[in-house]
Design a protein around this ligand. Structure first.
Ligand code: SAH
Length: 412
């Protein structure tokens, strides 16, 4: 539990800012980022989380208001453009209500776990909120939200029904450099509201039961972004021997079993994730005997399966983001290619390849080309069944919000 009154407050005085014309144009068109080198003039330095108000250079009219973030090259994270508005609990509550109603269609699909707020695209830059049944997980990617946490949490209590609220911090925010724990008493996995010492939660996705660790699991505990792809995998799984590479806690594996897969082999480097995978298989009434679990590095594990001449009728590859920086792009491309090559070699005749990428720097076209070219060079013909993008709870309001793409293909 935490006393929200102890957190720093934003300054009363807003920072007034003038930005270059290209940045003005972008903001006017709804882009939520203003980079440090776009700022021409600012009234005073200010602190993280102070409100920065951008005025049009030509007529001095209000252009936008955002969170000032001196620790990030994305110096202003826009909250609202064109219409001036007070940034307070009421403002956040309105955004939360809009985010909830956008997800209404999902709530009717036997799904109690989903992303309630997806950052900028829902009006909350550098912040996400995932719902796991009655537990909300709030993940921060900037310290600029800290002075607004109290208003945000009160807005959540006003608009959303929940029991528990857990805080997660991005890797940068967990670093010693930012010292969030020491300065503010905030920590990754901290319970902000409610009481659940273990962090274990249960939720339902398309009628299937899952367990997640919202305090120590990857991201916020589960990867809701793949929900629609998992459904498609379920539709294609009947009678197949399925290999789930980068299985994590078994999202795809459980759907494959639900779709009538003959067997599932799950490969992941994380032992705790594979422990939860076994639980998730069992909790849905499937036998753990149907699942072969391999705890290993994916590349090594795949080499081992190839050496053992194993064959599958469906191979799902859902790697972590290999390309988070421009510098890592080249290695990422090599890694994706290698995964496609190995997956193809493990497929039996008329097998199905499901290949996903969550690297935002590799765009969808690049990725599809990479997959089809790699296959062609290796002598395989791909019959593309579907190319997919984001699910409803991960709306794409500006180009950089798009990161997930997947390709489903029958292989000859
Ligand atoms: N398909 C999953 C999500 C995958 S997330 C789902 O639907 O829920 C990516 C996974 O890759 C994580 O579980 C992580 O443990 C695993 N991982 C990361 N690097 C790895 C490596 N080198 N070898 C094997 N697994 C790895």
């Amino acid at each position: 539990m935490i006393n929200l009154d102890q957190l720093p407050q934003r300054a009363e005085k807003n920072i007034s800012v003038r930005v270059k014309s290209a940045a003005e144009r972008a903001v006017r068109q709804g882009h939520p980022w203003v980079f440090e080198d776009s700022i021409i003039k600012q009234s005073h330095l200010g602190n993280g989380g102070d409100l920065a108000v951008i005025y049009d250079r030509a007529d001095n009219n209000f252009l936008a208001v955002g969170l000032y973030d001196p620790l990030s090259p994305i110096r202003i994270k826009v909250l609202q453009s064109l219409q001036p508005i007070r940034i307070n609990q009421g403002f956040f509550a309105d955004k939360l209500r809009a985010a909830q109603s956008k997800r209404q269609p999902l709530i009717n699909t036997e799904t109690t776990g989903f992303r309630l707020v997806y950052g900028e695209s829902d009006g909350f830059p550098a912040l996400i909120i995932d719902r796991y049944g009655n537990t909300l997980v709030l993940k921060l990617y900037t310290t600029a939200w800290i002075p607004h946490l109290k208003a945000l949490i009160q807005a959540l209590q006003e608009t959303v029904i929940f029991d528990d609220l857990v805080l997660r911090l991005s890797r940068a925010l967990q670093s010693d450099r930012l010292n969030v724990a020491r300065l503010y008493g905030l920590g990754d996995g901290q319970q902000l509201i409610g009481d659940n010492p273990s962090g274990e939660v249960e939720f339902v996705e398309n009628g299937l039961l899952f367990q997640a660790d919202v305090k120590a699991g990857h991201k916020t505990g589960f990867f809701f972004d793949q929900r629609d792809n998992r459904s498609k995998a379920r539709e294609l799984a009947k009678g197949r021997r399925v290999l789930d590479v980068f299985s994590y806690t078994g999202g795809f594996a459980v759907y494959a079993l639900a779709g009538g897969a003959r067997s599932v082999t799950a490969l992941d480097v994380s032992e705790p994730a594979l422990e939860t995978l076994r639980l998730n298989v069992d909790n849905n009434g499937f036998s753990v005997d149907q699942v072969d679990v391999i705890a290993a590095d994916a590349f090594e594990g795949l080499r081992g399966l190839i050496a053992a001449k194993r064959k599958f009728n469906m191979v799902i590859v859902d790697p972590p983001a290999f390309a988070n920086s421009r510098a890592s792009m080249r290695n990422a491309v090599l890694a994706y290619r290698r995964l496609v090559e190995m997956a193809l070699r493990l497929l039996a005749k008329d097998g199905v390849l499901v290949m996903a990428s969550c690297s935002s720097r590799i765009n969808a076209d690049m990725f599809y080309q990479l997959v089809t070219r790699t296959a062609a060079v290796a002598g395989f013909q791909l019959d593309v069944l579907e190319k997919t993008s984001h699910a409803l709870d991960h709306p794409i309001a500006f180009a950089e919000a798009e990161y997930l793409k997947a390709i489903f293909a029958r292989v000859h």
